[in-house]
Design a protein around this ligand. Sequence first.
Ligand code: DGP
Ligand code: NA
Ligand code: NA
Length: 209
Amino acid sequence: PLSANNESRGALVVFEGLDRSGKTSQCGRLVSYLEGLGHSVELWRFPDRTTSVGQMISAYLTNKSQLDDHTIHLLFSANRWEKRSMMETKLKAGTTLIVDRYSYSGVAFSTAKGLDFEWCKAPEIGLIAPDLVVYLDITPEKAAERGGYGGERYEQLEFQRKVSQHYKLLKDSSWKIVDACQPLDDVEKQVKEIVLQHIIACQKGKILS
Ligand code: DGP
Ligand code: NA
Ligand code: NA
């Protein structure tokens, strides 16, 4: 018999990439598309700047405050932890979550500053693991050309080069890499295919199990 619980669980789909890789617009397009197909889906993003922890992060990113590298690392992680139970509730209720940045950003950006890899991963342990990670792959140089950066703390070519190198160390079997240097419409098409295929495969697996 079908398990009602398993059958209805939503997918946790995470988007990662450098600043200006196109994550935010691709996530928006994908969510509209999935909604149009009748899926229960929500767009989330980290950092979530609306919480009090998120406001501390935002102040740091806009250079209104200075924080020790370890301290800001833990705040980013805390910002994911404060959303964990809501995330679990939504997934169990059958809502698919499309999430703009998650733990991989946490590790890639902080290790790019020189913090220890294992130390950076530790506070992420116990967060809900994504079912699928879509990495929008763009060279740091191409990203920098895209209408320039918004002026936030990490939006500098030299730093993004380091982030790019550290992302590459994080790739695991849940990752799908999309060439984000392509025209936006082509990226969008590939993203839709990858995510829809994943959702369908999961549903099949659940019906057969
Ligand atoms: P965004 O709102 O997606 O542009 O992200 C803001 C910036 O913060 C961006 O440069 C990526 C960086 N970032 C996102 N998550 C984390 C994290 O967990 N740790 C660190 N150190 N940086 C992060
Ligand atoms: Na940004
Ligand atoms: Na973004």
